[in-house]
Design a protein around this ligand. Structure first.
Ligand code: GUN
Ligand code: FE
Length: 503
């Protein structure tokens, strides 16, 4: 049995292009939740024929017809979010990173020692990220294994796709919020991994929706012994993902280099014949923590040599522009990273970032890239992205397929293609979505500023084709949309949230 969607569809294809299909037909298997097939352009009169060609008669199938102003797109991927910091959103913007951690963040995270508090808080927190359209999130819990198990349970019950890790931190943290030893940290980490791996796979599939992820908070909060043990755990299990922070703020980089002088580092593999200088990335690399499923949040102040290491190890960067502005950390040079071939996705970094929405991250990624472009005299020759503003196709890519690459899940999610999981949003750019910041497509039609919307290539009041109209709706959504415009949220074919689901 299949569910069929008919109407507008948007899906990324590369860093510089996406497909906007005004009359697509997409089939999802109800057994597996995977996309079975996509037909790019089906006029209404052809619907029955096309369904019949796929062996379907319309009476027996469940067809979801999208209205004018609605379209399907892949779900957002939030590659960096601290679930335990959501109660702090909108607080603490006067601080910079290190004092923000001690004044605002650690006191809140410490409250998750109480599993009852954790249950109540995470139940509302996860519902919010789903309703904002994040079908996959890379979550930091807290240092508590019990509380982080509760987080994983809540996510599992809602049906969101996620990576969940407990923070490992055995130094440079307050007495009330620190692990007593590297051994205790590793034992708690093994415990949460085993818990998450005991969840059954999603119905009809063999793959889990919730996966464990090693989470050394950042180098500053980990002793060499702890990083070394985490490196051993990682090397014993290549499927285990890793997430951490890197090079967010200058003061943090200076402190990291003091804590890990080159002489203190284990002799890792050498890169291009050089031994490790002490760089932030070099520290993680020396402990075997950089690989194709490592997610590095921020990467604002990377040195040249670090870009090479990150690229060579195929680790990914989570760009968190809302947080980078809010904590005055800086503007990451994302265009340069893209030109160097580094994988990049977006992260909300709640509550360094003050919004749980990837749409806000998209808007701030655009602004950050414009700041970088304005600061530069002119973009270097022979580059595509460096010191230029990020275009709409690039922003869409970072929010979806780029995030999937960072999670090393690009073969399963990030775009709407046959064989991939149906992790998708039904977006509504209509007045009845109730978001006054968005100009509805229905108003365009009512006021006659839209094309008559007939055949492909048809030109209307604004001289736009149907494809251009759809592209315009995507841009309005990315820059002016919010959760009210996210009508439905699907993960692995299952409806789990969105405005329509909750009303
Ligand atoms: N570095 C270490 N911990 C954190 C955190 O919780 N948020 C951010 N933005 N940076 C960090
Ligand atoms: Fe963070």
């Amino acid at each position: 049995m299949s569910t069929i969607f008919y109407g507008g569809l948007i899906t990324p294809t590369s860093l510089t292009a996406y497909r906007a299909l005004p009359r697509a037909l997409l089939a999802v298997s109800r057994e597996t939740g995977n996309i079975e097939w996509v037909e790019d352009d089906v006029p209404v009169g052809e619907l029955q024929n096309v369904l019949a060609r796929h062996g379907l008669v319309s009476e027996g199938v469940d067809i979801v017809e999208l209205k004018l102003g609605e379209f399907l797109m892949p779900g957002f991927i939030d590659t960096h979010i601290h679930a335990s910091q959501v109660p702090n959103i909108g607080s603490g913007q006067q601080h910079e990173l290190l004092d923000w951690l001690s004044e605002v963040t650690f006191p809140m995270e410490a409250r998750f020692a109480d599993p009852g508090f954790a249950k109540r808080a995470y139940t509302t927190i996860i519902k919010r990220t789903i309703d904002y359209g994040s079908t996959t999130c890379c979550y930091y819990g807290t240092l508590h294994s019990q509380g982080t198990k509760v987080l994983a349970d809540v996510i599992h019950n809602y049906g969101q796709r996620a990576f969940v890790g407990k923070c490992d931190m055995d130094r440079n943290s307050p007495d009330y919020y620190i692990e007593p030893s590297p051994q205790a940290s590793i034992a708690a980490t093994r415990d949460i991994i085993a818990h998450i791996r005991s969840f059954p796979p999603a119905q009809g599939t063999t793959e889990p929706l919730v996966r464990p992820i090693l989470t050394p908070r950042f180098a500053i909060s980990c002793t060499s012994e702890l990083l070394s043990e985490l490196g051993k755990l990682a090397s014993s299990d290549p499927s285990l993902a890793i997430q951490t922070h890197i090079s967010e703020k200058e003061s943090e980089v200076v402190f990291t280099k003091q804590l890990f002088p080159a002489s203190s580092l284990p002799l890792g593999e050498t890169l291009k014949g050089k031994t490790h200088d002490t760089t932030y990335a070099g520290v993680y690399d020396a402990f075997g923590l950089l690989r194709q499923n490592t997610i590095l949040a921020h990467a604002v102040h990377l040195e040249e040599a670090e870009v090479d290491i990150i690229k060579a190890r195929r680790a990914g960067v989570s760009h968190c522009p809302t947080s980078n502005f809010n904590l005055r950390s800086g503007c990451a040079r994302i265009g340069m990273l893209l030109d160097r071939g580094v994988k990049v996705g977006l992260g909300t970094d709640v509550s360094g970032g003050f919004s749980p929405s990837i749409l806000t991250a998209v808007q701030h990624a655009s602004m950050a890239s414009k700041v970088v472009a304005m600061r530069a005299s002119s973009p270097p020759p022979h580059t595509h992205f460096t010191d230029r503003q990020l275009s709409v196709p690039t922003l869409l890519y970072l929010a979806t397929l780029g995030g999937a690459e960072v999670c090393d899940l690009q073969s399963r999610i990030g775009s709407l293609a046959p064989g991939k999981a149906f992790d998708a949003l039904v977006v509504s750019i209509r007045s009845d979505a109730g978001n006054p910041a968005v100009w509805g497509a229905d108003l365009d039609e009512e006021l006659g500023v839209r094309g008559s919307g007939g055949e492909p290539g048809d030109e209307g009041g604004r001289g736009k084709t149907d494809v251009e109209e759809l592209e315009g709706l995507l841009e309005r959504f990315l820059f002016c949309g919010d959760d009210r415009n996210v009508r439905r949220v699907y993960v692995q074919g299952k409806l789990i949230g969105g405005k329509e689901f909750r009303s």
